[in-house]
Design a protein around this ligand. Structure first.
Ligand code: HEC
Length: 263
């Protein structure tokens, strides 16, 4: 009992010390605004991706982000797999052929470039990290394969960030190549605002706005990071049903077994 009391006391003390510390750190880093809570089709027990949204998000990725951000764990053929954007196999061939991938070495020992095929992964936009930094004023554009799951409140944060560029408060100035963003930790972000209204052509009547692009590309990044989300949720639901049925059966079995015993 005494040990328990001491333990609780220690916990309370640790909490009292840790809380103001985290608040201070946040302030020192320029306190980013908490991400806006969006409602995503893939949230909740029955969450599913919106195929049309994933297809639009893919276009935004390809036409805007892919020149700086890679997606090295995703292969073109994944775009046609169940639970994803639902492109057809033929569409995927066309998409892949639009990218140049490095292959080789050939008989002479040289690497060469060729059109992508569905089996290839998305080729990295830069040959290595140093080249990426050199082209981006020293900052490194992270790979998108798992980014949506690597950030706290992933999709809400990403969508907020992409919509979160504003003029800096009076008197505050960043370094050259830094942009003020409400949601980036420390506010000064080394990525120029990538999205502008009307920059990616949507043919289905969806508004061509920064807000819409931001949400579509975020949904696409979420799929890239968790391509099996739908399968996982379906499985989870089936397991729940199974456990429920099992529990009911156990209950009646128990009643049956004990019914002949006096008590
Ligand atoms: C011209 C190159 C360029 C383009 C185009 C670009 N980015 Fe970036 N991006 C960067 C760089 C550089 C960084 C690293 C910035 C930093 O660390 O301050 C970055 C960082 C990010 C981050 C990481 C934020 C974090 O929490 O660390 C996200 C998310 C992101 N970009 C999303 C996008 C999306 C979505 C697009 C397309 C709509 C895009 N970027 C287009 C260069 C680019």
């Amino acid at each position: 009992m005494r040990i328990l009391r001491r333990f609780t006391l220690a916990l309370a003390l640790a909490g009292a010390v840790a809380l103001p510390m985290t608040a201070d750190n946040a302030k020192a880093a320029g306190e980013a605004k908490p991400p806006v809570d969006h409602s995503w089709s893939f949230e909740g027990v029955f969450g599913r991706y919106d195929r049309a949204q994933l297809q639009r998000g893919f276009r935004v990725y390809k036409e805007v982000c892919a020149s700086c951000h890679g997606m090295e764990l995703v292969a073109f053929r994944n775009l046609a797999e169940p639970g994803g954007p639902g492109f057809t196999e033929d569409q995927v061939k066309v998409i892949a052929a639009d990218f140049l991938v490095t292959d080789g070495p050939n008989e002479d020992g040289d690497m060469f470039e060729r059109e992508g095929t569905p089996a290839d992964r998305f080729p990295p936009p830069f040959p290595n990290e140093n080249a990426a930094r050199a082209a981006n004023g020293g900052a490194y554009p992270p790979d998108f394969s798992v980014l949506a799951k690597a950030r706290p409140q992933g999709p809400d944060y990403l969508a907020s960030l992409l919509k979160g560029y504003v003029d800096p408060p009076e008197g505050e100035e960043g370094l050259p190549g830094q942009y003020y963003n409400l949601y980036f930790p420390g506010h000064w972000f080394a990525m120029a605002p990538p999205l502008f209204d009307e920059m990616v052509e949507y043919t289905d009547g969806t508004p061509m706005t920064v807000e819409q692009y931001a949400e579509d590309v975020t949904a696409f990044m979420m799929w890239a990071a968790e391509p099996k989300l739908e399968e996982r949720k379906r499985m989870g639901f089936q397991v729940m049903i199974f456990l429920l049925v099992l529990a009911i059966m156990m209950y009646f079995t128990k009643r049956k077994i004990w019914s002949n015993i006096e008590h």
